[in-house]
Design a protein around this ligand. Sequence first.
Ligand code: FES
Length: 102
Amino acid sequence: MNESRIPLGPADLLTEVPRSIELDGKPYWLTQEADGTIALLLAYCPHAGGEVLLADGDFYCPLHYWTFDGRSGECTNRGDERLMRRNVELADGQLYACGPDY
Ligand code: FES
C-alpha cells in the first residue's frame, strides 16, 4: 500500500458533509463538491491560522471573519485565498486520504 494513502472510513461518511475529521493530529473538514470530487479541507485559516468552523453549510474563521465555501474551501470574501486541501479517493467502499496537503 502507498504510504501516503491513509484510510478514513466507509463511504457512508459522505452522507453528511462537511464532516469534521482529525488526521495526523490536525482538524480537517471532509467535503464533496457538486461534481463529486471528495476532499479534506484543512481547518486552519490561511490568514493567521485560526480554526475554521462550520455554519449553515459554509466555513468561517472566528478570528477576523474570513469566510469559505463549504464544498471547495475557496475564500468568499478575500480574493484568491483558499483552505489547504488533501485529495481523497474512494475505493471498494472506503475513503482514503492521498498525498500531501496543497
Ligand atoms: S486568522 Fe482567520 S481571518 Fe484572520
